[in-house]
Design a protein around this ligand. Sequence first.
Ligand SMILES: [Zn+2]
Length: 171
Amino acid sequence: MSKRVPKPKVECSACGAPAKIVRGSYPFRECGLPNVVLQGVELIRCSQCGNEDPVIPRLNQLMRVLALAVVCKPYRLRGEDVRFLRKYLKMTSDEFARLLHIDKTNLSKWENNHDRIGPQSDRLIRMMAVALGEGLGDELQNVIASFPRIQQARSTVRIDMDAANGSYQYA
Ligand SMILES: [Zn+2]
């Protein structure tokens, strides 16, 4: 005989109405990148106001995998990628610009896509992010080995993250 375990009651964070937990995909805009989708994630969905909050287990691990997905992406870095990696390193624009030996306004132009990042700077940023980023150091050799596959022509790609097993793929 199995006992029916009552589901825990959840409330909508926006309006406080009782909400349902469903599984689905979620555009993860909170991470600062416009093109990341969490797949198979639990969502607290409110039928009253339509608000949807993801339930993200192991957020630190998810962010680490996402940082790895950005440094391994086979297209040139975009401004939002650079900003994401700088924030992953918990660095200010001043600190980051000093390490790259560039002017802070130059970095700002990159991060806002007002100026295109040169291929050498692109690779230097990836190397810094892997070498200094939390939990990424072991990947340095793999990331450098992937450099010849970086295409300059294209820059955007969707990153699908599997929230359950912590993997990613480019869609
Ligand atoms: Zn609501």
